[in-house]
Write a protein that binds this ligand. Structure first.
Ligand SMILES: Nc1ncnc2c1ncn2[C@@H]1O[C@H](COP(=O)(O)OP(=O)(O)OP(=O)(O)O)[C@@H](O)[C@H]1O
Length: 289
């Protein structure tokens, strides 16, 4: 098994305030992993630690089995994209390629990042979303095997974001490993096979979306019934019940536990609607204080 990233008991504090405490995880080569947490949770700090850009207080990190990461294997797209004065996009991309022995071809990078129409623009004249796409081309220039994307779609409009995630999906078959942070968890569903969530300086979740749902099966059950409210209040896994003129809304903490007991009322229930929590609301639960 080749691991792109191995993190063992890593901790980091700033001014005696813990930002990351005893973080442990391994990411296999080729995985696309989402790193989530609210503002200030420590996502960027973790990415900087993994890139050896800041020192950790304790623990060990290995990137492709090396304690000192080989920069040729890594691409990093940070939150702050750099604008170069009076440099055209095509020049910036070629400049980035010139740093590497085996860069991706210019044409491939242009296609990957979707920057065909931007090549003759000056980088200091690009919009925020356009600059993100150019930054992506620059990050991929050296044909990296491990790519860190810190909020890559910030500033992009909806179409550009969708297109961007489609492109990332295209990398799955190339075996490139991605660790991606984003404040749009519903978009990450399209690409990420695994989610890491940091909250209160700890890794509170590490698993797939299915596992997240299993551990956190919140759902809303709506229906109309002539039965009294008391018929439903003792149902297992019921978190909340509201009733208005026989219209019921039940919040349920675990649908698998709830349904077998609820089913006995099914003949006295009309207009039944069951909706499971979406990714965003599931995440919120993991990010509560
Ligand atoms: N160099 C530093 N010196 C002092 N404190 C720092 C430093 N870098 C980060 N911090 C603090 O560490 C915490 C985590 O910051 P970090 O940037 O890693 O969070 P984040 O999860 O990336 O947030 P966001 O989603 O807002 O980008 C914050 O409280 C931040 O103020």
């Amino acid at each position: 098994m080749t691991y792109a990233i191995e993190v063992n008991n890593v901790s980091k504090s700033f001014n005696k305030k813990p930002v990351l405490s005893n973080i442990n995880f391994k990411i296999e080569a080729g995985e696309i992993v989402a790193l989530l947490g609210k503002n200030g949770a420590g996502k960027t700090t973790l990415i900087r630690l993994l890139n050896d850009l800041i020192t950790k207080d304790s623990g060990t990190v290995k990137i492709f089995e090396q304690v000192k990461p080989d920069r040729n294997l890594i691409g990093v797209m940070s939150q702050n994209s750099v604008r170069l004065d009076r440099v055209k996009v095509k020049e910036a991309v070629n400049l980035a390629r010139s740093f590497y022995q085996n860069p991706l071809s210019f044409e491939k990078l242009v296609e990957l990042a979707g920057i065909e129409t931007l090549l003759d623009k000056f980088t200091d004249k690009l919009s925020g979303g356009q600059l993100k796409r150019v930054s992506f081309a620059i990050v991929m220039a050296g044909n990296p095997k491990l790519v860190f994307l810190d909020e890559p779609t910030a500033g992009m409009d909806v179409d550009a974001r969708n297109e961007f995630w489609q492109k990332i999906n295209g990398f799955k078959k190339l075996g490139i490993t991605f660790l991606i942070t984003s404040h749009y968890p519903e978009e990450l569903e399209k690409v990420a096979g695994r989610y890491l969530i940091i909250n209160n300086h700890r890794l509170v979740f590490d698993g797939s979306l299915e596992q997240m749902k299993e551990q956190n099966q919140t759902a809303q059950v709506k229906f109309v019934s002539q039965l009294e409210k008391e018929s439903f209040t003792k149902l297992p896994a019921l978190a909340e019940i509201t009733e208005n003129n026989h219209h019921y809304v039940l919040k349920v903490s675990n649908l698998n536990t709830f349904l077998p007991s609820f089913i006995k009322y099914i003949k006295q229930v009309e207009n039944l609607e069951i909706s499971q929590s979406n990714l965003e609301s599931l995440m919120k639960k993991w990010m509560e204080d």
